[in-house]
Design a protein around this ligand. Structure first.
Ligand code: ADP
Ligand code: MG
Length: 659
């Protein structure tokens, strides 16, 4: 073949800057594109050999090599796949890629750069020009009597083609890196990028450092300690001197182990995978030393192809923020983490890998969002997760309860975000109660006294210590309450209430339920209590110098209790919300001001106060009763605390008659 020259036509001068900017925001993606092209070429050859169109050698070893040269600043990607004839280079490299580019431009010329596409546009090969000034292809087709072709282009707009001296079947792509991209021929960086995108590609991939001296190469592990310089070379740290026995046994020049796993666990049939394999996969992919709680292996062929494994991670503490990772693959090629357009938002709290070869990735993210097919995928995943959880509840309730604290934030978040998920899971949501048992809402013995709208009360606790006083009262009365200590619980119960009009969640300190009070008969008794209430209310307002103070006098069964404070559920929720949305530095104390002071008419101290309104020490007793009530409700502010302590001391002195 004579040397052939050509221009890569169609406004190619305009295309490249745009492609460079828009196509992939991450330049490292060229590795993915070129390596996956090489893998494709080998997969094609394997298929040809299956149908007898290609006769592999007896010792045929299909493989792909990535050869970096930090001295020359080059990267070679070498496969022994189908290769290309000159005509194929013309067709696939010179033309097709550019029609892809034209289509790409046409579609995206008006879009902003934020609207990234997550797949590719038949432009994979040209991503090489994001990092290289000059790219060459040497390729020899598997076909009989094929001649090798050399293709070369600088900057991607002009090319030359001529005969090549390549003697082995397959394709060798050489990138002469531009100055900004030298990092990619650094061994450590190259490995990192290859691990990210190519860990599960279906052909064995080897990373080779062409400059590595045999001895240095042995210290493979130490490369991790090296720092990457601007020019892509590595400065090795002191530790390189220490060799490990193991490393010394490794062959020279080439690590014997491919960097990838050619059959990822998700591609195997669930029946063929062991628990240990699932755990190993989890550790390797997510670098999480904690074992996952359990997992779901998705394996679907119809109506679409989807395989994957979703793990429920162990959460460290109740208050840990949970943030998962869902890795999306397309035919074993890594696409990206946490693509919210494909994977339901709440599932991102999990960790997992999903491979969906049918996904239309060569569209923009916003297009994916409105794609009916993508919606079906997302629904399928959601359904599988709900099925797994409900199945566990029904057949392994003990295990389910054991995991509950870890999985409940995820489930509650799922309910808030996805009504279909909620529908499927709502009967399997459990709550811990005062007896330390897990019960469903249906199992909770609702308080029938009801609120003003005749709803059934469901009492709950948000802080076991702070609300301890109220908890004790509840226990004494044989009443139950649910323990809801996680941040997500508040929005979650609000949502439950909005969906079931017959229930009302009440924090344990929001009101005194009927069961604590004595029945007060209409008539004389009630009138007397009313009179007492008015007098005491007036007295406390005056003493505490607070006109707005709400005072209620009740006959509590437990005569030991003198005073208590409650804050209505509505006021507290409102106050919490205001605090959440308030500006930093804003005074939030005013939001919590509507507490009600409850005085127990059956208590002797309260009776004393009522009978001796003008008494010498009554003012002090009133203040003390109020503070005591507040203390079991919340922490006193520093000045109030100081006052309270001083007063308490004074009371003791009076009691003991010390001067
Ligand atoms: P795509 O992979 O989406 O088709 P690319 O730009 O990555 O787009 O590649 C264009 C075409 O060039 C491929 O479809 C293939 O026919 C050919 N090609 C690229 N790399 C190789 C290779 N290593 N071996 C054989 N053919 C290749
Ligand atoms: Mg490609």
């Amino acid at each position: 073949m004579n040397t052939e020259q050509g221009s890569l036509s169609i406004n190619s001068e305009n295309i490249f800057p745009i492609i460079k900017k828009w196509l992939y925001s991450d330049h490292d993606i060229f590795y993915r594109e070129l390596v996956s092209n090489g893998c494709d070429a080998i997969t094609k050859l394997k298929k040809l050999s299956l149908i007898g169109e290609f006769e592999p050698a007896d010792d045929e070893q299909y493989k792909l090599e990535v050869i970096i040269n930090p001295d020359e600043k080059t990267i070679k990607i070498v496969d022994n796949g189908v290769g290309m004839t000159a005509d194929e280079v013309k067709q696939y490299i010179n033309q097709i890629a550019f029609s892809g580019a034209a289509a790409f431009l046409e579609k995206y010329k008006d879009k902003t750069s934020e609207d990234q596409i997550i797949g590719h546009f038949g432009l994979g090969f040209y991503s090489a020009f994001m990092v290289a000034d000059k790219v060459t292809i040497d390729t020899l087709s598997y076909q009989k009597d094929a001649t090798a072709v050399h293709w070369e282009s600088e900057g991607g707009t002009e090319f030359t083609m001529e005969d090549s001296d390549k003697e082995t079947r397959g394709t060798e792509i050489t990138l002469y890196l531009n100055e900004d991209s030298y990092e990619f021929c650094n061994e450590y960086r190259a490995r990192e990028v290859l691990m990210k995108y190519c860990s599960f590609m279906p052909v064995e991939i080897y990373l080779i450092n062409a400059t590595a001296e045999p001895e240095e190469e042995d210290e493979e592990d130490d490369v991790i300690d090296a720092t990457v310089n601007e020019d892509g070379t590595a400065t090795e740290s002191e530790e390189t001197e220490e060799k490990t026995e193991e490393a010394e046994e490794e062959p020279k020049k080439k690590g014997p182990k491919p960097i990838n796993e050619t059959v990822p666990l998700w591609a195997k049939h669930p029946n063929e995978c062991t628990d240990d394999e699932y755990k190993d996969f989890y550790r390797e992919v997510f670098h999480d030393y904690k074992e996952p709680l359990f997992w779901i292996h998705l394996n679907m062929d119809y109506p679409f192809n989807l395989k994957g494994i979703l793990y429920f991670p162990k959460i460290n503490t109740e208050y840990d923020s949970i943030e998962g990772t869902i890795k999306l693959y397309n035919n074993q090629v890594f696409i990206a983490d946490n693509i919210k357009e494909v994977i339901p938002e709440f599932l991102m709290l999990l960790k997992g890998a999903i491979d969906c070869p049918d996904l239309p990735l060569n569209v923009s993210r916003s297009a994916l969002q409105n794609d009916g097919f993508v919606k079906k995928i997302s629904e399928y995943i959601t359904k599988k997760v709900a099925d797994k959880l409900s199945g566990m509840y029904k057949t392994e309730r003990e295990t389910y309860e054991k995991y509950w604290d870890d999985i409940s934030p995820f489930i509650k978040f799922g309910c808030l975000k996805d009504s279909k998920f909620e529908e499927k899971i709502k009967d399997y949501i459990i709550f811990k109660n005062l007896e330390d048992k897990y019960i469903t809402l249906a199992e909770y013995n609702k308080d029938e006294t009801g609120t003003k709208d005749n709803k059934k009360n469901i009492f709950y606790i948000t802080d076991l210590k702070q609300q301890g006083q109220y908890i004790n009262m509840f226990k004494e009365e044989g009443l139950d309450a649910l323990i809801l200590t996680h941040n997500i619980d508040q929005p979650f119960i609000t949502s439950l209430e909005s969906k079931d009009e017959t229930i009302k969640f009440m924090r344990i300190d929001s009101d005194l339920t009927g069961s604590f009070k004595e029945e007060v008969a209409e008539g004389e008794d009630a009138d007397k209590l009313k009179e007492e209430a008015d007098a005491l209310s007036e007295l406390f307002k005056k003493v505490l110098n607070n006109d707005k103070l709400e005072v209620k006098v009740e006959k509590l069964k437990n005569a030991e209790i003198s005073s208590m404070v409650t804050l209505s559920e509505e006021s507290r929720r409102m106050a919490d919300m205001m605090k959440m949305y308030s500006m930093p530095g804003m005074d939030t104390s005013m939001f919590g001001a509507n507490e009600t002071l409850i005085l127990n008419a059956n208590n002797k101290l309260v009776k004393y106060v009522f009978d001796n309104k003008e008494g010498e020490n009554v003012e002090m007793v009133c203040k003390q009763l109020y503070d005591l009530a507040l203390i079991s409700y919340k922490q006193l502010e520093p000045e109030k605390m100081t006052e309270f302590i001083a007063r308490s001391n004074k009371i003791m002195m009076l009691m003991l008659d010390v001067q």
